[in-house]
Structures are given as C-alpha cells and as structure tokens.
Design a protein around this ligand. Structure first.
Ligand code: EPZ
Length: 448
C-alpha cells in the first residue's frame, strides 16, 4: 500500500495555477446568498477524525482548497478519506502508520499543525513540520508545543521539524496559556481527550469553532465541556468512537457578504448566517449606519449607494472572540472607506495584518498608517478600478469587495488565496449580480 502513496521527502514548492479576478464595479448586489460551512471548524474536525479507528462523517464541509489539502495530508498518513457527495467527507483512520506531516503540508496550510495533538495522543509519536509564518505575520506554535510538553510529551526541534513522543498516554494537567490561542486551545483539547486524567485549559479560546469541535468530540464519546466562558475541562478516555457532525456556518464568509451588500447599495439576504456568532461585527456595522436585520439564521442587508454620505466613521479594535474577529478586519476596513470621517482600525492579533491596506490604497482608499498596529481610514472614498495583488485569503476577499464598489475595472491577482477559504466565491457574487470573472495566468508560485 505504501507504494501507492506519494511521499514528500524533499520540499519543493509546488506550482499553483495562478488566476486573477477581473471585477467591474459599481453594480448594487441584490438577491440571496447561502453561507458555506466554516473553514476553521471543518479543518479541525477532519483532524479530530484521526482520534479513532472508526469512520467519522462530516457534512456541510466547505469545498475549498484548504479542506482538499487537509484531506490529502490525512491520506498520506494512511487514513481513508472519502468524499461521497459535495460538502460531505468521511474519514476512517484505522490504518494510520505514517506519523509524519511534511513541510509541503505546512507550507500549503498552517492548520496542518492541528494534527500534533491528535496523532501524538493516539499513537504516542509524530514528526510534524513547523508551519512557520505567513503573510499576516510570524505565527509561532510555541504554545501548542508547550501544552504537549506540559502533558508529558518529549518534543525536540530539529531541521524545521518537531519530533514528538510520549511514553505511554499523555497525562492530563492544568494548562495556563499566557495568551488566548485558538488552535493552541484546540490542539490541547484534541490531545487531552485521549490523555490519562483530567485537563483544565485556561484561558481557553471562546471562538464558536472551538465549541463546534467540542460538540463533535462529545459525539465521539469524549468527556469534554466548557465549564465557564474561558475554561474547558476534559476527562481523558481510553478510546473514542466514530461520529457524524454537521459543521457550523462560516461567520467570516457571512461578514464578507454583509459588507458586499452594504457598500454596493444593494439588498442582500444572507442565508445560513450564524447571526449569534457575529455580535461584535454586527454592532460595528450598525454603528457605521448600515441597515441590517437578523432573523433566526438570516441576515438582511440594505446597502447605501456609494458616496451617499450616510455611513459614519467608527473606530474598531480586533480582539479574541467575542470581540471583533481579526479575520473580519479586512472587510470592515473596506466598509470604513465608504463612511464619512476618519476611522481608526487597530489590529491586535497578528503583527502584519494591516499590510494589505497598501493594496486597498491602490483602489483609491485614503489610508494612513498610524503605526504597525493601527491605520486611519478616511472616507467616503470614491474608489477606482486598479490592478492589485492578494496576499492572503481575507485580504483577498476584501480586495474583491473594494473592486465591487470601485468605478471601472479591477484586476486582482492571486485568486488562489481566496479559493483556499471561500467556497465558490465567484459564483456567489455572480448570482448577486456582480460582474466578476476569473482569468487564468498560468502556473506560478503561491506568492507570485
Ligand atoms: C486561528 O489561527 C485561525 N486559523 C485564524 O484564521 C484566525 O485569524 C486566528 O485563529 C485568530 O482568530 C485557523 O483556525 C486555522 P491564534 P491561530 O493561535 O489559531 C499568538 C483565516 O484567515 N500565538 O489564536 O493560529 C499568535 O501569533 C485564519 O482563516 C503565539 O504566540 O491563531 C497570535 O498573535 C488566519 N504562539 C495570537 O497568539 C502560539 O503558539 C493568536 O493566534 C500560538 C499563537
């Protein structure tokens, strides 16, 4: 069987098919759009399936590149990954014998590091590549590694790889993270569910995707619960079983479409919208003056014609959940370009996450960097079509937003970034009446 699989002993950056989006702005978006499953929940659940030899079935999984990459990593480990219908994945990790997560996987997708906890706790060892950084900053993994060490693992770092082992089962313990970390919390939970004894994690990240992962683990027989807003407790079990789980909707995608409706003067109904998880973002949107109405799982957005001077500037600060998500900072910044006055945008989570504003400026946005964590955006700006480059997926989707409100044609390079995390974004915008098409630019590297 090993002969059938491709192993990645030596790192070579794989060429990607580079595409650009050509967008002609100025059309109000109207109609209904359905939000897909959450990327940041689905990826962790695919990894969670390696905790058991029984099949796990996930529905509402977004059809995106990161999910395909995670499925490939799982297959390389020896797991069977079936994709029997769109948005459905079945993982059976009965024959995992290759406990190695290569640099290729980490280079494609930082979330591959989420395999540290489940593989180490179930199999007692794993060699896993350091995912390093990406275009939004350094992104260390020290807190994940420290958590595993605190649970008794022996972890050495050599040549870009973490060599992790545990003698017998990992041991439950009290974990105190010095800062809130989403994947760090998730890795600790995934390790603790098969560890011996009791684990307490504090502060535990409060993101809804963490709770959805907990819900899946409970279905697998894990004894894990959030016992107070920022505490998760786990009583380790000897084994877990298979389960079925429906992934929650993607709150970041929903927020992106809220801004699309708001700035184009459109009228958009967002279906399968996780309104309850968008509190801080919807507060900002309301403060800015956008008319939004939330139903049980819909959001209706009635936009303002660009330049109508009805939107008001508003200062925003990103923060861990329930604060304004850093992943919603880029769409929010685009919204603020259409508001009257100067808004401060403080990015507190990732160090380089305001860099993309340089591209937004090319569309005519008035952006001044106050310091590396804070930008001042003055509006309303009359945006004009331009040629811009996406650096990461959230910035990429937000450049599309900017182009939708800009006068004339924009070409946005690096469309593969958006395909990593947004299902069918082009079709969804087309269905709302946007003028958007993709242009193939041949093979290239992920960065250019
Ligand atoms: C998750 O990243 C998301 N990724 C990110 O979404 C999201 O932006 C981020 O959480 C914050 O909400 C996935 O879920 C796959 P963190 P994560 O650990 O878990 C520092 C997207 O676009 N830190 O909560 O990696 C870190 O540098 C992506 O979908 C350490 O210092 O983020 C940051 O400043 C981008 N050491 C802060 O903690 C560590 O070991 C919070 O990061 C880990 C983190």
């Amino acid at each position: 069987m090993a002969g059938d699989r491709r192993f990645h002993w030596e790192y070579q950056e794989e060429p990607v098919e580079r595409q650009a989006f050509r967008v002609t702005g100025g059309r109000p978006l109207r109609g209904r759009v359905r939000i897909s499953g959450s990327k940041n929940a689905a990826l962790k659940m695919l990894a969670a399936a390696t905790l058991t030899s029984e099949p796990c079935r996930l529905t509402n999984v977004p059809e995106i590149e990161d999910v395909r990459a995670m499925a490939e990593v799982l297959r390389d480990l020896g797991a069977e990954v079936a994709h029997p219908a769109p948005n459905t994945y079945e993982v059976t990790a009965a024959n995992v014998e290759w406990l190695f997560v290569p640099l290729e996987a980490a280079a494609k997708m930082r979330a591959s590091f989420i395999l540290l906890g489940p593989l180490l706790t179930r199999f007692g060892r794993v060699i896993i590549s350091n995912p390093g950084g990406d275009r939004i900053g350094r992104r260390p993994v020290n807190l994940h590694v420290d958590a595993m060490r605190a649970m008794g693992a022996n972890i050495e770092y050599r040549n870009g790889y973490y060599f992790a082992r545990s003698e017998g089962r990992l041991r439950g313990t009290e974990l105190a993270f010095p800062t809130v970390t989403v994947m760090g919390t998730e890795n600790a939970v995934l390790a603790a569910v098969l560890a011996e004894g009791h684990t307490i994690i504090r502060p535990a990240a409060r993101e809804p995707e963490v709770d959805d992962l907990i819900a899946m683990l409970q279905k697998m027989g894990a004894q894990v619960a959030r016992t107070s807003p920022d505490v998760i407790e786990v009583e380790g079990r000897g084994r877990l079983h298979g389960a079925e789980h429906d992934v929650i909707s993607d709150r970041i995608e929903a927020g992106t479409f809220v801004v699309a409706g708001a700035i184009t003067g459109g009228d958009v109904t967002i279906e399968a919208a996780p309104c309850d998880f968008l509190g801080s973002f919807l507060d900002v949107v309301a403060e800015v003056g956008v008319a939004v109405a939330c139903g049980r799982d819909t959001i209706e957005v009635r936009g303002t014609a660009p330049g109508a001077a009805q939107l008001r500037a508003h200062d925003v600060v990103t923060a861990p959940y329930p604060g304004l998500a850093t992943d919603l900072q880029p769409p929010t910044a685009v919204l603020l370009t259409q508001a009257t006055g100067t808004s401060a945008v403080h990015e507190t989570i990732f160090e380089d996450r305001l860099e993309w504003l340089g591209e937004l400026r090319k569309l005519g946005a008035e952006v001044e960097m106050v310091d590396e964590h804070c930008a001042a955006i003055t509006g309303p700006s009359h945006l004009r079509g331009a040629e811009v480059e996406m650096g990461d997926l959230r910035a990429g989707a937000s450049l599309i937003l900017g182009a939708l409100v800009a006068e004339g044609e924009s070409v946005i390079h690096g469309a593969h970034h958006v395909r990593r995390g947004y299902e069918d974004i082009e079709r969804k915008f087309l269905d709302l009446g946007a003028q958007i098409e993709h242009i193939s630019e041949g093979l290239g590297t992920a960065t250019r």
